[in-house]
Write a protein that binds this ligand. Sequence first.
Ligand SMILES: [Cu+2]
Length: 361
Amino acid sequence: MKMNKISTMLAVSLSFCITTVFAADSGVDHSKMDHSQMQTTDTADVDHGNMDHSGMMNHANMQMAPAGIMKSHNHKKGGFMFSYGFMSMGMEGIKNGTDKASTQDVLADSYSMAPSEMSMKMHMLGAMYGMTDDLTLAVMTGYASKEMTMLMPMMMAMMEHDGESSGITDTEVSIVDGLNRYGLDNLVISYGFSLPTGSIDETYDGKKLGYPMQLGSGTFDFVPSITYQQMFNDSWGYGVQGRATVRIGNNSADYRLGNEYEASTWLTKGFGKRFSISAIIDVAYNDNISGADSDMMASMSPSKDPLAREATVITAGLSGRYNLGSGHNLLLRVDVPIYEDFTGYQLMTDYKLAVNYKKMF
Ligand SMILES: [Cu+2]
């Protein structure tokens, strides 16, 4: 059911993407035109380093991609980019399917505990390096801190149970291909792997924490993406990105997290040469876990139940980008969920906040 829904959404975004690619490239010099237009915009901005960095990048319209959209541009040979991001996410309350559920519902379904809140903070470090004019190496890793509160019936009252974990997350190594050698100026693809550098053995008070509190997948994951971006004129543009996380094999604890499929689409409006705002819609699906960690008892809590992880989530976001000149970029993004459909009891997301800093050399 869910898989059908999400496949439809992904198919729609993808066909939208493909249609536009062909529409753009069947026209004689359409993409070239857009490109030179963009460069004019960049060079017109006399007093700053945008000029250098558009020389280092094949996709000047990268300036239009909102925060959180990674691997949407490549750098020209020798070009280098460093990025730092901070993300904060809050979750509270439970849903099952698309309906809200209470702590009592969870306990009545024979779980011993019910999750009530969770928060996650993450620092992300990234680097990109142009190996050729088309192929850019992108490496990304992070440090996450997570906190979760569970409720457990004790005598006649509810007792709070806390859990915490923190550490290095998984590390992604990808190749971003600008496809300019095929004349595809607006299309970028990337393919790479997520390496299992994040721990899957996080415990608290001597007990193994649930699946969402672990820091990594424990498996090598294939992480491809495809991005299409187009400027309408020198201030309006849009983009579409599809990405997937496909897990390979089982991890050392004998389970495999569900695959993830995500599509984002955004509309960006530039104000002057330095500032732009994007509105983003993101559709994400992730599957249940196959196998199970033998140190987690599914009946303890839904967060330890491998079959209560499947989710389809649609979020709406707003992102702002400020180009500080000399290749410095500051980005901000806020997201709120507009649709959540869960298999089993899962925590609802309140908000997601992200700050990003990028420096291009
Ligand atoms: Cu970059």
